[in-house]
Write a protein that binds this ligand. Structure first.
Ligand SMILES: [Zn+2]
Length: 89
């Protein structure tokens, strides 16, 4: 009897990116894997290039780990960007 994959478990870890071993942190990625709880089947991400990049989502060579670039949230910059333009309020 095959599994209909109806229940999932997601695992996330955050990786600090450096350009060299022991060098300064230049970015972060949230590394995500999805697995069926019932049969433990790993799922593969589609439509992503392989590797690691700060410019956009990538995945592991086998596609089972998504690597999503992220940065610390800057609330002040967010509020500034969301502020209505002069004369629009
Ligand atoms: Zn399953």
């Amino acid at each position: 009897m095959s599994c209909d994959h109806s229940t999932f478990k997601a695992s996330v870890s955050v990786t600090r990116l450096t350009s060299e071993e022991g060098g300064p942190v230049i970015g972060y990625t949230a590394d995500l894997t999805i697995r069926c709880v019932l049969c433990e089947q790993l799922f593969q991400f589609e439509g992503m290039e392989r590797g690691v990049s700060r410019a956009g989502p990538r995945c592991s060579f086998d596609g089972t780990e998504a690597r999503l670039p992220l940065t610390p949230f800057d609330e002040a910059s967010f509020r500034l960007a969301m502020r209505p333009a002069e004369g629009m309020a």
